[in-house]
Write a protein that binds this ligand. Structure first.
Ligand code: ZN
Length: 225
């Protein structure tokens, strides 16, 4: 036991865990230090029609309600968390943020969660779809299905980050497809970040082209401001 403890201390000495936001040394297996974890830019929105996420999407598609957990700004803590979740193999960030989400929202009345899919090549490279750890935690917490075999990504586009809304819409118009699986009810479409709303609105319009009566709400970890 003592040897293990000494080994751990030496490991910490040479490879200390660091807060993803402020780089201070941390001891526990939390991606953020206590100060940054308590200072996250929460939106404090409800899952309804009275927020920026809903306003961003309502002119592009038909949706029932929307929610984002955090505000996303250039180089803020949210951007760092999402970068690490997406590109640096930190799925635990999604699980941690799901725990924060369940403090304010009850999703048990929904019929399931549909994660916005990424292309198989990207999933292989990253190891997972970045929204799935978050979506899976919420589906387990509220005992509603996580549906990964309904909406699929069939085209692999280069990064969308620097494109404006019109060019993004054009480039991803045909990137998604629906499988033969049939659904009815009220579902949550879930993605990591809502910026222009291009990806989410294309998915919603595609689903409504086949299921015009289906109710869809949107949840994202972050909303750009
Ligand atoms: Zn910190």
């Amino acid at each position: 036991m003592e040897i293990l403890a000494i080994g751990r201390s030496l490991f910490d000495l040479f490879f200390p865990m660091r807060c993803l936001n402020c780089d201070s040394v941390i001891s526990q297996e939390n991606p953020l230090c206590v100060f940054c974890a308590t200072d996250l830019p929460f939106t404090h929105w409800n899952l309804d029609k009275n927020n920026l996420a809903y306003y961003k999407l309502k002119l592009l598609c038909k949706l029932n309600s929307a929610h984002s957990l955090l505000f996303f700004r250039h180089e803020n803590v949210t951007q760092k968390l999402l970068h690490n979740l997406k590109y640096e193999n930190h799925p635990e960030i999604g699980i941690l943020l799901a725990e924060k989400t369940t403090q304010d929202l009850d999703l048990s009345h929904f019929d399931g969660i549909i994660p916005v899919p990424i292309h198989a090549k990207k999933r292989k490279k990253r190891g997972y779809n970045q929204i799935v750890p978050y979506a899976k935690s919420l589906s387990e917490k509220f005992e509603i299905p996580l549906i990964e075999d309904f909406l699929v990504r069939i085209e692999n586009n280069p990064s969308q980050v620097f494109k404006n809304r019109e060019s993004r819409l054009t480039s991803i118009q045909n990137a998604f497809s629906l499988t033969e699986k049939e659904l009815e009810g009220h579902y949550i479409l879930m993605d990591d970040v809502l910026t222009t709303g291009a990806t989410l609105s294309i998915c919603i319009n595609l689903i409504h082209s086949k299921y015009p009566e289906m109710k869809l709400s949107v949840m994202t970890i972050a909303c750009g401001v």
